[in-house]
Each structure stands twice: as C-alpha cells, then as structure tokens.
Design a protein around this ligand. Sequence first.
Ligand code: AMP
Ligand code: MG
Length: 416
Amino acid sequence: MVTKPAQTIVSFEQARHIVEQQAAEVAPGAAEAVELFVAAGRVLAEEIRADRDLPPFPRATRDGFAVRSADVAQIPAVLEVIGEIRAGASAGESALKIGPQQAVEIMTGAPVPAGADAVVMIEYTRRDGNRVEIQRSITSGENVVPRGSESKEGQLLLSGGTRLTPAAIGLAASVGNATVSVYKRPRVAILSTGDEVIDVAASPEPNQIRNSNTYSLGAQVQSAGGMPLMLPIAPDRAEPLRELIEQGLEADLLLVTGGVSMGKYDLVEQVLKQLNAGFFFTGAQIQPGKPIVFGRASASPTEKVTYFFGLPGNPVSTMVCFELFARPMIAALSGASPNPLRFLQARLKSDVKTKTGLTRFLPAQLSGEFADTEVELVRWQGSGDMVSTARANCYLVIPPDRETFATGETVSVLPI
Ligand code: AMP
Ligand code: MG
C-alpha cells in the first residue's frame, strides 16, 4: 500500500518563501505580439526604450507667457509680446526667440521658445495690445519641463518582466508601440476531487455537492493572468485520480482541490507520491488552508516536471491558498518579476478574539472611506461558507502570536 509522503508543516512565511524561491526558478512560455490597447495585465517579453527625448522639447505646463525670469525680478514688469505659440505649433511657428524685455504668449503643451526660461501663468498677467504686465516674479525653470528631463532617447523605460499597468501602457504608447511582445498566458489545469462532488449542471442528490472550486479557481487563475483548463471531476479512487493528475501535469501548473486532508479517502498525496513527486511542504500553519501541499512531478519519467498545489477542498480554503501561494507561481510562469506579498492596514471596527498558533486569513469587509478605512470580520460558518465569503472584500490577517485585538487597533488586510 502506498502511504502519504513524510509530512513537512511550515509556517505561513516559510511556505510563502518556499513558493517564491521555486517561482524564481521557472521559465515563462513563448512570447506573442498583442495590440497595446488590449495588453493591460500582460507581462512584457521585451524592453521598451524611449524612441526620442521625453519631453521632445521644453514643454510649457501652463497657459501664460514665456519670459526671461531675470526680466520679471522686479514687479510689475511690462514686456513686449512678440508672438504666440500653441500646442502643436510647427517648428517654423515656434521658432521665435525672445530677447530682453520680451515675452511670447504660450499654451500648455507648447514648446517654450529660445531665450525664455520660465512661463508666468496667465492669471498673473494683464494683456494690453502688444504689451503684457507681469504681476508676479518667477524663478528660472518654473512651469517648464526641460527637453529630455523625463528620459533621454534610448533610455530603458520598461524592462522585460514588467506587468503592464495602465501607466506602463500609456508610457509604451508615448514612445510609439502600437503592439507589444508579451509572454503567453500559462495553462493552469484545475482538478476537483471528491466522490460527493458533481458537475454544476447536474441535479444533486441530497448527499452531493456541486463543484464550485473549479469555477472560483478558474476565476482566480484568469485574474492572475493564467489560462484555466478544466479537468473532469476525479473520484476518490487512486486509479482514475492518477490518470487525471497525469493529464493535469501536462499543463504549465496543476491545481488539485480536495483530497489532501487526513481522511482515509484523501488520496491526492499518495497518488502524487506514486508519481515520484517532490514535496516542498505538505501543510502550513494557516487557517483556513492548513493541509496545503506544494511540490512538483512529471506524468512519466520522460516528461517535463510541473509544479502542483494540492489545495484543501473547502471552498474558502481553496481560495485563500490560491491567493497566498498559487498566484505568485502563475505570475512567475507568466514571466513577471517577483513581487513580495504586501498587506494593507486598516482600523478594526469590532473586537476580534482567536487562538494563537496559526496565521489566519479571515473573510472580512472593508468599510469607511479615504484615510478612515475600517475592517470587520464577516460572520461565517467556517471555511466551507461561500455565502458569507462572497460578501467579503478582503481577508483580515491575524498573526499567530496574539489572541485578542481591540476595536480601533490597526490590523493587516489582504484585499481580494
Ligand atoms: P476535502 O478537502 O476533500 O476533505 O473536502 C473538504 C470539503 O470541501 C468537503 O466538505 C467537500 O465536500 C468540499 N469540497 C471539496 N471539493 C469541492 C469542490 N470542488 N467544490 C465544492 N466543495 C468541495
Ligand atoms: Mg474530498
């Protein structure tokens, strides 16, 4: 009889660091070109460099008058207006040069003419024919962004491995990339297990449970930048379970849910052990999600090695373990540079009492607004309670070394 692998239970931080270490070893898939407009969230497989100086000319940041700051040291100063430069003015139109006691009317986004070193806002001027009275003095450089001060031509702006945020997309656009090279989304196989688990479309007997984990995981995989692949539900029997696990190991990552607890019919670890899997850990000191398993295996000795997670079957445990551990692995398989997990801080809205020993990630709700963000646990019936969890918008993170937390204390949260 095949038994479970030797048990390695680690702390939450150890578990996370083990995953991060392994994630640092994986190689992303091939690159593909996608249109920049729909590339948000994808990971760059190329460098983006400045194709010219940014800004390409000294840019006025206000509507007003381009002046020599020395001319307006004493105010009010009256200057001669020798022309106007609007945004988009041609080189000819903007080829004005201002001399002593002269000014040019200028618009936001227009090139500041030669000779001028500052722009006085229109609010501090009074125009009278070809004269302008300047009512405020100004220091050299004010309201002007010098040519090349944001970036020089050829400078690296975004390196490979950058996830494309809206700002990164805007930056790529500003240097002329209508398409970008990004890594293909990793294929993530999802295998739900359990004799009681049936397809969503089937009519359940009273003793049966609809498969919700494949769907919540599918959504999480997509939000992490992966391509979810749904496998059929595996029964709690070694043979068919093994076949489906082998299929799942063909993907870039395998997520198994259920079958990793201590029960007699929790066979996932045994089957993986039969496949000569290596296990990095077989449990973490967390709640929910304590039986989480992380390792790697191949479907056969000649095939590639694939990382897998054995996620506890309780729906909230599955989701929490995905957030904490599977997400960074999918990021790495997508080619993204590693990111540490960071919690945000909020003020506790009502007291919390727990037992020590486990790091807890409890469904909670953020409320309040602006700098006055509060958090409160949602009432739940434990890690199988999707009804309550669907009302949560974060997990309240409770460290393993304290029992009570008072209203008003600052606590950590993981937004979802
Ligand atoms: P297990 O981890 O297999 O012991 O399952 C723990 C609990 O999660 C049991 O109550 C299962 O019925 C439930 N469960 C397991 N897999 C799923 C699934 N795919 N969808 C919904 N509930 C599940
Ligand atoms: Mg089960």
